[in-house]
Write a protein that binds this ligand. Structure first.
Ligand code: CA
Length: 221
């Protein structure tokens, strides 16, 4: 599965604004206008989520939703210009994950995307603007990609899951090197140092996520 959020929308202004907000939140996007192209594109690219307009040229969002559901569980958020439509759509049980009524605020759409991804297992945890996407080893802070190595991600993920808990170096080493490879204590320190540097680039002033406790270890706060 790719990282891409597919935006299916025939009003260019709307799709541009959505793409812009989603990029800021750390997502990649692809926009399609013609309803007839959607199913094939989805089959070929396996997007992570689809924002699907109801009224489209080529093919209706309704038919597209039904067909995508026949072969995939990709999260789908339907968008429609009519509030009354939503009741009807709900009644049809198309299998969409959420419905949003136009005009919407792009901020609201991004929030719904995150909620649906969390619910459907795409985004595993979010704390203080930090989003950890476990299946993909990706972390974003305030929408900015942190670009972590797998070891850095694993460390951050462990610490962030148990805020306040102090981890000794040995525990962290056992966690990232379960095959008992012999590594020295300082390896952890150097990974944490790099990790903190990367976090600092995206963090707000005064924000610090990983604290070192002299002689004890590290904790997430
Ligand atoms: Ca439309």
């Amino acid at each position: 599965m790719s990282e891409i959020i597919l935006i299916v929308e025939d009003e260019e202004k709307i799709s541009l604004v959505l793409a812009d907000y989603l990029h800021q939140a750390g997502f990649e996007t692809h926009c399609l206008v013609d309803g007839a192209e959607v199913v094939l594109w989805v089959r070929n690219h396996q997007p992570r989520l689809i924002l699907l307009d109801l009224m489209l040229p080529g093919r209706s969002g309704l038919e597209i939703c039904k067909e995508v559901r026949s072969f995939s569980e990709i999260p789908i958020i339907m968008t429609t210009a009519k509030v009354e439509e939503i009741d009807r759509l709900l009644g049809l049980e198309l299998g969409a994950d959420d419905y949003i009524c136009k005009p919407f605020s792009p901020r609201e759409v991004v929030a719904r995307v995150k909620t649906v991804l969390r619910r459907t297992g795409g985004v595993t945890s979010q704390t203080y603007g930090l989003v950890l996407d476990e299946p993909r080893f990706r972390a974003t802070l305030h929408g900015k990609e942190l670009d972590l190595t797998s070891v850095e991600f694993t460390l951050l993920n462990l610490l962030a899951k148990n805020p306040g808990r102090i981890y000794r170096r040995q525990q962290l080493m056992d966690h990232i090197y379960p095959d008992q490879r012999i590594v020295c204590d300082r390896t952890i320190d150097s990974h944490i140092k790099k990790l903190r540097k990367k976090i600092a680039v995206a963090a707000n002033p005064g924000e610090e996520f990983i604290q070192s406790l002299y002689g004890a270890g590290y904790k997430f706060e």
